[in-house]
Design a protein around this ligand. Structure first.
Ligand code: ADP
Ligand code: ASP
Ligand code: MG
Length: 602
């Protein structure tokens, strides 16, 4: 007999018939000898409807009242599902987040779970009842017992957190697609179902726009080793398993606020190559990385900064032993790129730097917590270490620094994030058969900010991202330009990054209002962008993956505005209008399409 947590999303409980179908599945699972906790979302598009009501009354509704309003959606479903189960003769009891004891921090509309009281649930389970729990909501631990919500899509997080707290055998997420597909089937009907995916890969995909799982749910599954499967609530097909390695005895106290950084890593065996002033038009990155991959050179970090005028900078790092080869390719291609960039007389230029090191912090707990990257930058600044390149993913921030600073950087970071020398989470090595690209995601909800003429001194990144963190703005894809402008004798660079669209204007205002104080220039906002990303643990050590992605975009005349990579993902920012097309051509380029077409239920 197993203890199972099942979660049913909005479409899966969208009507009386759907609720009855869910009751049937739950009933069958209990009849098979299992104990069951069922987490449900609000019916259909109820939550969207409630948001609309609120915004019809107020442009900026109070967050506390939003929680009061939005939490009602799930309360309807739990009562109806319990009734449907009782009709089948199955004892069941509905419980709100507060009744269960899902205790969260007080941050309205985006609360994190602190702990879950299990006594009441265990008692009801002992009595042979099915527990039907409202997803997406909790209660704050402060005296007032305020109702909180976890953020849109948060029912997945409720379910996995309950599974972790109860020590359930596994957690099943039932939804309107057959599992996790290579991309969103609404945009690419030929998307293919995967049998499994690692938590690390899914964390990236989820946070890069694959809505099928809430990233925080994946974070909890990874941190507590909860076996997790995503399945269709319409069929009995097995779905997709999200795999993780079970860590030893992680505390359930501060469940979502436990240590955000699990590990500090470094790599001194890297060299940096930058191509400055390459033309800003489709095909340049494709050509450069195409040539490089023909030489079998594997690149690690790639960043392309915002353009000034009509040229771009592209920088990348390679392992030191293959630097000479990569340098030769870059030097050979630079004049060709220059000759194409007329009428500008500017020259493309190759810049090599050998004495560098990459230091990284990693941990699923940094998702949605803007203060963590800022703390890393501040720690390096306090140690007087200048940051040359920054590359971010949802679960990792890497900085390229001077090689001589590496030891100090690592020691300072280990102290700040309280990391002993061995990582606290077991490593999940990809199986040899892992494909280079597992999935492709599109995020249309990002905007790009660029700060001009930021002084190139230790502490600058810390200031910028510290300011944003104070205002609770999460930053993604941070890119510093390679080119230096000397202004009043001070070297300056541009820094660009992406933020959620809804935070963009506030972020711009905050940064602009500190421009004089910190001495940076204009803060430029572009809302019309899309971010398209490929994710796969198998791309590590595989030359040519980036080249293939860039070539697919170039062949379709899609210009790349920014590039940022981490070990298991490559993201490109393109024009918003070309986002869907970019997703489709990349999906095709990596031959991810299947033979079947998916039709998502309405
Ligand atoms: P639920 O209401 O069940 O939580 P969601 O709408 O939150 O469902 O998530 C399911 C949707 O996620 C699918 O209908 C699909 O359009 C979208 N989606 C985006 N990317 C993917 C992907 N890679 N695999 C499967 N579904 C995806
Ligand atoms: N009902 C909430 C939402 O629509 C939570 C969820 O469905 O996961 O965001
Ligand atoms: Mg969802």
């Amino acid at each position: 007999m197993a203890l199972i947590v099942q979660k049913y999303g909005g479409t899966s409980v969208g009507s009386v018939e759907r609720i009855q179908a869910v009751a049937q599945r739950v009933y069958k699972t209990v009849q098979a000898g299992n104990s069951l906790v069922v987490v449900v979302s609000a019916m259909g598009k109820t939550t969207d409807g409630l948001v609309k009501l609120a915004t019809d009354i107020s442009k900026t509704p109070c967050r506390r009242e939003m929680d009061m309003l939005l939490s009602t959606g799930e309360q309807v479903t739990i009562a109806l599902l319990s009734m449907a189960l009782q009709e089948l003769g199955q004892p069941a009891i509905s419980l709100t987040g507060a009744q269960v004891g899902i205790v969260t921090e007080a941050a309205h509309t985006r609360a994190r779970i602190l702990h879950i009281e299990t006594e009441r649930m265990e008692r009801h389970l002992q009595e042979g009842k099915v527990l039907v729990v409202a997803g997406f909501q909790g209660v704050s631990s402060a005296d007032e017992l305020e109702i909180t919500t976890l953020g849109r899509g948060g029912s997945d997080t409720s379910a996995v957190a309950l599974a972790a707290a109860l020590g359930a055998d596994f957690c099943e997420i039932y939804t309107d697609v057959p599992g996790i597909l290579t991309t969103d089937p609404r945009l690419v009907p030929e998307a293919q179902l995967m049998a499994e995916i690692t938590c690390d890969e899914m964390l990236e995909l989820a946070s890069l726009g694959a809505k099928v799982l809430h990233p925080r749910a994946v974070e909890i599954a990874r941190n507590y080793g909860v076996p997790l499967v995503v399945r269709s609530s319409w069929t009995d097909a097995p779905g997709t398993w999200v795999t993780s390695v079970k860590p030893q005895g992680r505390s359930l106290v501060n469940l979502e606020l436990a240590r955000p950084v699990d590990d500090v890593q470094f790599d001194t065996n890297q060299a940096k190559i930058a191509l400055l002033r390459v033309p800003d038009k489709p095909g340049v990155a494709a050509r450069l990385f195409g040539e490089i991959s023909h030489q079998d050179v594997d690149v690690d970090l790639i960043i392309q900064s915002i353009h000034e005028g009509n040229s771009n900078d592209i920088a990348f790092t390679v392992m030191t032993p293959i630097l000479k080869k990569a340098e030769a390719v870059a030097a050979a291609i630079a004049p060709v790129l220059r000759s194409q960039s007329n009428p500008e007389p500017e020259e493309a230029e190759v810049m090599i730097q050998q004495e560098i090191a990459k230091v990284s912090i990693s941990g699923a707990g940094m998702i949605g917590r803007p203060g963590i990257a800022a703390k890393m930058f501040a720690t390096l600044a306090e140690a007087g270490i200048n940051i040359q390149m920054i590359s971010t993913s949802e679960v990792k921030v890497s900085c390229v620094v001077n090689a001589k600073d590496c030891d100090r950087a690592v020691a300072a970071l280990r102290q700040t994030f309280e990391i002993s020398t061995s990582p606290s989470l077991p490593q999940q090595n990809p199986a040899p058969s892992t494909p280079p690209v597992r999935g492709v995601a599109l995020d249309m909800n990002q905007a790009r900010l660029a700060i001009r003429q930021v002084s190139d001194r230790p502490g600058t990144a810390g200031k910028i991202f510290g300011l944003l963190a104070e205002h609770n703005v999460s930053v993604d894809m941070i890119i510093q330009s390679q080119r230096c402008h000397i202004i009043d004798g001070v070297p300056t660079r541009d820094i660009a990054f992406t933020v959620a669209k809804m935070d963009a204007e506030a972020a711009q205002q905050v940064l602009q209002s500190h421009a004089t104080e910190y001495g940076w220039g204009e803060v430029v906002l572009d809302q019309a962008i899309a971010k398209v990303s490929i994710v796969g643990a198998g791309m590590v050590g595989q030359p040519g993956v980036a080249a293939k992605m860039f070539a697919a975009l170039a062949e379709n005349q899609i210009n790349i505005q920014m590039i940022a990579t981490s070990e298991i993902k490559i993201s490109c920012v393109v024009n918003a209008e070309q986002g869907v097309k970019a997703l489709q051509v990349i999906h095709t380029a990596f031959e991810l399409a299947g033979t079947e077409k998916f039709v998502v239920p309405a």
